[in-house]
Design a protein. Structure first.
Length: 528
């Protein structure tokens, strides 16, 4: 009896609180501990979660006012036990258990790499990114931020690139309510003490994106505070490491998180490639769930072959104008490629934000045919000077409805993704050999197409349904007669009936097999 009373007293003194969670949800343990000194530096806290077959160790973090939290994303349903370890006795050897329930509808788990060049959710559902960039949308105050969320709820985007640290653009009219470190702007910061209110607000917005089915591509560093000299871009390696570990501890349990080390890393003059590699390897080690990791370039392209990089986040306007250019990045790195900045739709005096809506849509289709993905944003100011790229709030460009149309095309495509069919010789046809093809004519305006496909996966007499896609008018028009292909020469299969086309730019064709494709034996042993 005495033991039971003591156990209850200890539990009450330690103030342990936990909440149930679904698979790939967030399970949280709250502990009361020391608030003296500097808990962000002086106190170490971890917890080990186990279901008997799998063990996951995660970092805890200090959340201010004597509160410590440990967050865990259950990778499987069922019973999980946990135990804490710390260098402070009120926090160590605390134990508990919970049952992770099956995921609710819409919860597919975190996104990972699939089929080498593409993505998929943990439950096997394909993920085809159609992303956008809104750098400081989470630092603009509740009114603007809630407007942005309403816009996103009906927008086509399933990925948002966003800054953890604020940027200077728009800050005079809409200053941040919170700052990431203890102290006061512009540069009176204690980089050894985080501001929990700032990170609570950030994780609230990340959670709201999750609930909308949107991935949050979190940019940890950027070069856009130089005019204010806040000092976030010039932190020491020790400060960078502490910051990264704190962010991982707070946010890694959110299934929709991606890590982007930097936006335009080469414009941050105070860090070397070795510094970035060091930080990337730490993220790889500290994140128990293996969320996607990338680094984004300005002018100088990073070495994306490094093993901590899961996918290529690319800025390159010229490459995105033609599939034959875009495909080279995919072939070089053998990883998924997202042209997160292929220039933006807008009316800026800078050349990176002068695309028309048609040019933006074309760039997305060109990268699609290259077996890669595109990234949107806008620089079209409203009467108050608000722009989507910096603040979010409202979309004003012509491309978003057409990108919603493209997303429908992508979602209806094979789960394995859209790959170039013949990257060696023909870069306007992509799909899955023998099953599915997209033929994109881009800026050309042909009045007909003589059907010809590379031989891989095809068999003599195979039939296809054909549809004409107008990428700007957002229409799909079926071709009345099916196409029947026969071999011609060494490399090609052709169909005799030409398809009449509208004779305007932005036209594509979709071919879907009506018959069983040929087996693996139909692949050529070599080319030329």
């Amino acid at each position: 009896m005495l033991r039971r009373v003591l156990a209850c007293l200890l539990l009450a003194l330690c103030s342990v609180a936990a909440h149930a969670a679904e698979q790939w949800g967030v399970f949280e343990v709250e502990l009361k501990g020391p608030a003296d000194g500097n808990p962000f530096v002086d106190v170490q806290l971890t917890a080990r979660f186990s279901n008997g077959a799998q063990t996951v160790e995660v970092d805890g973090f200090y959340d201010g006012d004597g509160a410590y939290r440990v967050r865990f994303m259950p990778p499987r349903p069922g019973r999980w036990t946990w135990v804490t370890h710390s260098n402070r006795w009120p926090l160590t050897n605390k134990q508990g258990e919970f049952t992770a329930t099956p995921p609710k509808p819409g919860n597919h788990g975190p996104v990972g790499v699939r089929h080498q060049h593409h993505f998929g959710y943990a439950d096997g559902t394909p993920y085809k990114p159609v992303g956008t960039t809104m750098y400081s949308w989470a630092h603009r105050g509740n009114a603007l931020e809630e407007q942005t969320l309403k816009t996103l709820a009906t927008a086509p985007f399933n990925k948002v690139r966003m800054l953890v640290f604020p940027q200077t653009a728009g800050i005079d009219k809409h200053p941040p309510e919170h700052w990431p470190f203890a102290g006061t702007p512009p540069a009176n910061w204690d980089f050894a003490r985080f501001n929990p209110a700032f990170f609570r607000h950030l994780e609230q917005r990340v959670g709201q994106l999750r609930d909308l089915g949107i991935e949050a591509d979190l940019i940890l560093h950027h070069p856009y505070d130089d005019k204010r000299e806040w000092g976030f871009a010039t932190m020491t390696r020790e400060q960078d490491d502490r910051y990264a570990r704190y962010v991982v501890a707070r946010l890694a349990a959110y299934r929709n998180v991606w890590w982007s080390l930097a936006n335009e890393f080469d414009f941050i003059r105070t860090k070397t490639d070795e510094d970035w590699a060091h930080l990337g390897r730490l993220l790889q080690r500290w994140d128990p769930y293996g969320h996607l990791r990338s680094i984004h370039n300005g002018k100088r392209i990073y070495n994306h072959a490094e093993d901590w990089i899961t996918h290529v986040s690319m800025q390159h306007g010229m490459a995105a104008t033609e599939a034959s250019r875009a495909v080279l990045f995919r072939e070089a790195w053998r990883k998924p490629v997202i042209f997160d900045e292929l220039k933006y739709e807008g009316r800026h005096d800078r050349r990176w934000a002068q695309l028309s809506g048609q040019q933006m849509v074309h760039a997305f289709w060109a990268t699609t045919i290259a077996g890669s993905y595109g990234g949107h944003s806008e620089f079209i100011p409203d009467a108050e000077g608000l722009i989507w790229l910096a603040q979010g709030v409202a979309l004003r460009g012509e491309s978003p409805p057409r990108l919603a149309f493209l997303r429908k095309i992508l979602d209806a495509a094979p789960a394995e993704g859209i790959d170039p069919i013949d990257a060696f010789d023909d870069l306007f046809i992509a799909g899955q050999p023998g099953r599915y093809y997209l033929v994109y004519f881009g800026d050309r305006a042909p009045t007909e197409w003589l059907p010809k496909l590379y031989l891989t996966g095809l068999r003599d007499g195979q039939r296809f349904k054909a549809e004409i896609i107008d990428t700007w008018a957002m229409t799909v028009s079926p071709v009345k007669e099916p196409l029947q292909f026969k071999p011609q020469g060494r490399y090609d299969f052709v169909a005799p009936n030409a398809i009449k086309l509208p004779g305007k730019p932005g036209i594509a064709l979709r071919l879907t097999a009506l018959d069983t494709p040929a087996g693996p034996g139909a692949r050529p042993a070599h080319d030329d």
